[in-house]
Design a protein around this ligand. Structure first.
Ligand SMILES: Nc1ncnc2c1ncn2[C@@H]1O[C@H](COP(=O)(O)OP(=O)(O)OP(=O)(O)O)[C@@H](O)[C@H]1O
Length: 476
């Protein structure tokens, strides 16, 4: 059967549907119509320019992979934008735009000295057998400093990132460890530093990788194909290595060992290492001490929850970039309502833009309240460590002083450990800070408490019941 625009697009859709959330699929792919297939070029019709930009910005790679699977290597995508004619005529007009390949970061050639010991170096990013080491930086040019807005919450990390971009490997911020809660910009900042370095120093080899992918590559290279040296050697060629979510190496001792060798080599040779993590080094568990102490060599900079003004700036910049205007009261409402996660803040704005763009109506406060409630409801209730101590001590019929006391009496120790456990689960406080607030203990004691509570729940029914009761009292 010969291919038509429809069959090609339907196959692409099946692939896309498997790779994104149902909501995203419904919003961004269901309204698209396949129009024409000419040789290797597929034309699709989208409802607005905003829609086209959104697809290009967020789904460029996915579309490319899907289309290449269907049409082959030189596959091209052409967008046809159907627009309402605002000048009064009822006729709509169309605009054709090819898929833009916007601001991609070019791949990098690396000269590799081959020795008899190492006649062929394998690039873990490519299929074995390919000798030319073209290293794709894996950077996303859409994450740059221009659109990473500055505020009190990120000033230190952002400035350190800028300083590194001016002089990679030449500042005392080596490694730079950026840490903070989910959706606060760690990945964005890490890419921005890499993108800026590539602009300033095109000859430097920059590589961004998630710790998860690094681990997969380690397993593939080292275990399946038994070429651990090649794997380590490959990473030692990099001038700027960015590893995202480094906490995911926890418990993976062999991968940590490989990373340790890579890290040492790069650091000793004045190469730059940038790491991100959702925890401060002191709170990272099951990471070898020698590696942890290296993470602390340079600068650990926290990304904190943004204040109201930064949240506003982020919303306004997003609206400006998308060419959308929104009433002042709506911006204020969203900025006041979504406080702890910039991804959710952006999500709410995108939903608002999408609603107004589809229904062609102005966004009002009612709609904003409805949309924001979807985001806010999902965030857990903020509970303080003081409240946790109150609830736990009253449950066990003791006062807070007793809970915090130095006594070794079993039931008091257990109550204290449970309080520490909930403080860790329900607040964003570090182990050290929890220990300080619950009876001046150190972070190791809190860590031990969390593990003990986890273990006891599976071995001691009565203890499990305490934790369940308290969970419902604390609404965890
Ligand atoms: N300062 C900022 N200015 C503009 N946009 C920001 C800023 N910080 C974060 N964002 C945006 O918020 C979203 C979430 O950021 P990012 O993915 O970098 O978070 P993260 O900390 O890596 O989260 P996670 O730990 O869940 O992976 C992104 O779309 C990013 O562009």
């Amino acid at each position: 059967m010969s291919k038509t625009a429809e069959t090609v697009w339907n196959n692409c859709l099946k692939f896309i549907e498997d790779n994104i959330s149902p909501q995203a699929y419904k919003t961004w792919f269901e309204p698209v119509i396949a129009v024409k297939l000419q040789e290797n070029s597929l034309s699709i019709q989208v409802p607005s320019k905003f829609f086209y930009e959104w697809l290009e910005e967020h789904y460029f790679n996915l579309l490319k992979v899907a289309l290449t699977k269907e049409i082959g290597k030189g596959a091209k995508l052409l967008y046809i934008i159907k627009m309402e004619n605002k000048a009064g005529s009822s006729q709509s007009f169309t605009e054709k735009i090819p898929s833009s390949h916007r601001g991609r970061v070019s791949s990098q050639d690396v000269n590799v000295k081959l020795s008899s010991k190492n006649p062929e170096l394998k690039n873990p990013f490519v299929i074995p057998g390919i000798k030319n080491l073209k290293i794709d930086s894996q950077l996303n040019a859409n994450y740059n400093f221009d659109n990473f807005l500055e505020g009190e919450s990120n000033r230190l990390a952002r400035s350190a990132g800028k300083a590194i971009a001016n002089k990679p490997g030449g500042t005392s911020f080596n490694p730079l460890l950026v840490f903070g809660g989910s959706g606060l910009g760690k990945t964005h900042l890490a890419h921005a530093i890499g993108v800026d370095i590539k602009e300033k120093y095109p000859d430097k080899t920059v590589l961004y990788i998630s710790a998860e992918k690094f681990t997969q590559q380690y397993i593939d290279s080292a275990i399946k194909r038994k070429n651990l040296n090649d794997f380590i050697h490959f990473y030692q060629l990099i001038d700027v290595l960015i590893v995202d979510d480094i906490q995911l190496l926890s418990g993976k001792m062999k991968t940590q060992e490989a990373f340790f060798h890579i890290f040492n080599h790069l650091h000793q040779n004045g190469k730059q290492v940038i790491l991100t993590s959702d925890k401060a080094p002191v709170d990272m568990q099951e990471i070898e001490q020698r590696l942890l102490s290296r993470f602390k060599w340079g600068l650990s900079a926290e990304l904190q929850v943004p204040d109201y003004y930064t949240r506003r700036k982020i919303i306004e910049s997003k609206l400006y970039r998308d060419g959308v205007e929104m009433p002042e009261e709506i911006i204020d409402f969203v900025a006041r309502s979504i406080k702890t996660n910039i991804r959710e803040l952006e999500g709410a704005i995108i939903s608002l833009i999408a609603h107004s763009s589809f229904s062609k109506t102005e966004v009002d406060l009612n709609l904003a309240q409805r949309i924001v409630s979807n985001f806010v409801r999902k965030t857990k209730k903020d509970v303080s460590i003081d409240q946790i101590q109150k609830v736990v001590s009253s449950y066990f019929n003791m006062d807070i002083e007793t809970l915090q006391s130095k006594t070794r009496k079993r039931h008091i120790v257990q109550a204290r450990q449970i309080a520490m456990y909930f403080a860790k689960k329900m607040t964003k406080s570090s182990l050290a800070s929890i220990g300080k607030q619950i009876g001046s203990r150190d972070h190791a004691t809190v860590l031990h408490a969390c593990k003990t509570v986890d273990n006891l729940q599976s071995t001691d029914k009565e203890f499990k019941k305490y934790v369940e009761d308290l969970s419902s009292k604390l609404k965890y």
